[in-house]
Design a protein around this ligand. Structure first.
Ligand code: FES
Length: 152
């Protein structure tokens, strides 16, 4: 068995399971989309590699829990993104108390596109999220954005 895609398949082979576990993070171009596949504490996750806020490189972000939810923290401005759902989390401040009091973590909704990951015969596959609903991270997957980055 090898890491191959058939033309009709919606699944895209990322690599050998053991290699991804060893590397912990892999960035791969999948059907014109740059995807981060990462392994953390026994689970694989896949999401758009550029942060929905301003295109930060999530492949170098730390992984931490906020409000009991596992997130990747963008290295540029520290936005928190849940690994499983792609939700942006924030922690509001209660302005009615002095000194200011941090309230529980809340969700801004899904901001980062995440993609299903599967495993077969020792290989890891990603199926691109088929939702047609626009998500903020989509912008950073466009040719327009890539052209802008190439000029800077
Ligand atoms: Fe990710 Fe700003 S680019 S937090």
């Amino acid at each position: 068995m090898s890491c191959q895609n058939t033309p009709s398949s919606q699944r895209h082979c990322i690599g050998r399971r053991e290699d991804i576990i060893r590397a912990k993070r892999v960035v791969k171009l999948v059907d014109g989309r740059d995807i981060l596949v990462l392994y953390h504490e026994g689970e694989f996750y896949a999401l758009d590699v550029r942060c929905y806020h301003a295109g930060g490189p999530l492949q170098t972000g730390d992984i931490e829990e906020f409000g009991g939810r596992l997130c990747i923290v963008c290295p540029w401005h520290k936005f928190k993104i849940t690994l499983s759902e792609g939700e942006g989390l924030y922690q509001p401040v209660d302005p009615t108390v002095n000194p200011p009091h941090l309230m529980p973590w809340r969700s801004k909704g899904v901001k980062q596109r995440v993609h299903p990951v599967s495993e077969s015969d020792g290989y890891i596959y990603v199926t691109l999220n088929p939702s047609t609903k626009q998500i903020e991270s989509d912008y950073y997957q466009t040719e327009r954005f890539r052209a802008t980055v190439a000029k800077t």
